[in-house]
Design a protein around this ligand. Structure first.
Ligand code: HEC
Length: 111
């Protein structure tokens, strides 16, 4: 059989392309700016040590924010970031990040 080595990267990319086409992003929440320096507007981390949030389940993100705020997760930077957020803000941010594509963006500035 003829080998088609070029098809492998295309197949690997396909789910990302499809996912991106299928996902409809919500409107960016006003508080996104508080998070973008570390997590990126698109949920792809901008600093070493910050996790990617893109494509994580909504419930997981929301619960994590609750845990930072109530001190169950003791991480000062995130406690400070989550502190001033209302429940509505946290829902909007969790919704936003969960709707972002977990695939690496084209213009990625992360390594
Ligand atoms: C100064 C940098 C910084 C800012 C600003 C920041 N974060 Fe974080 N965030 C982090 C770091 C570092 C962690 C990893 C903490 C840990 O080990 O639990 C984290 C973790 C998280 C997690 C948990 C992810 C996971 O997989 O468990 C969520 C959700 C999150 N941040 C959301 C936000 C939101 C929403 C904002 C804006 C309101 C924000 N962060 C602002 C640095 C930041």
């Amino acid at each position: 059989m003829r080998k088609l080595p070029w098809i492998a990267p295309l197949l690997a990319l396909a789910p990302c392309v499809l996912a991106q086409a299928a996902t409809e992003s919500p409107t960016p929440p006003p508080q996104l700016g508080l998070c973008a320096a570390c997590h990126g507007e698109d949920g792809h981390a901008r600093i070493p040590g910050a996790p990617n949030l893109a494509g994580q389940p909504y419930q997981y993100l929301l619960q994590a924010l609750h845990e930072y705020r109530n001190g169950e997760r003791k991480v000062p930077v995130m406690r400070a970031a989550a502190g001033p957020l209302t429940e509505q803000d946290m829902q909007a941010l969790a919704h936003w990040f969960s709707a972002q594509s977990p695939c690496k963006p084209k213009q990625a500035d992360a390594p």
